[in-house]
Design a protein around this ligand. Structure first.
Ligand code: ZN
Ligand code: ZN
Length: 113
């Protein structure tokens, strides 16, 4: 686990959780533009996502890296289990690298899984 008590990493630089949230909001802005069309980025979804990140202490559950470009993976498929979309237990924090590897290493997963 992390040596950075109460800290997360942004591009390798330790930051506070508050700083992380700001940074992430910027990072997400582009993705939100795309996702809005599909109705995925609801307030409830954003709340769910942040709740999972906080529960996992902004740490990738696969490789253990902290902060950076984190994603929240749905254990049960987002598409097939609409009822579980906002279940915190159904979310798991992964870094971008681990998550895209899990889904086959391309961006296709982002919208459909
Ligand atoms: Zn990882
Ligand atoms: Zn996923």
């Amino acid at each position: 686990m992390s040596d950075y008590k109460g800290k997360v990493l942004i591009d390798g630089v330790p930051a506070t959780v508050a700083e992380y949230k700001q940074w992430e909001a910027k990072l997400r802005a582009t993705e939100i533009k795309h996702e809005r069309k599909r109705g995925r980025y609801t307030i409830a979804y954003k709340r769910w996502r942040m709740a999972v990140l906080e529960r996992d202490l902004f740490t990738c559950t696969l490789c253990g890296c902290v902060g950076g470009h984190l994603e929240v993976h749905h254990k049960q498929s987002y598409a097939k289990h609409p009822d579980l979309r906002e279940e915190i237990d159904n979310g798991v924090t992964m870094c971008y690298e681990c998550h895209s590897e899990l889904h086959g290493g391309h961006w296709g997963w982002f919208y459909d899984k």
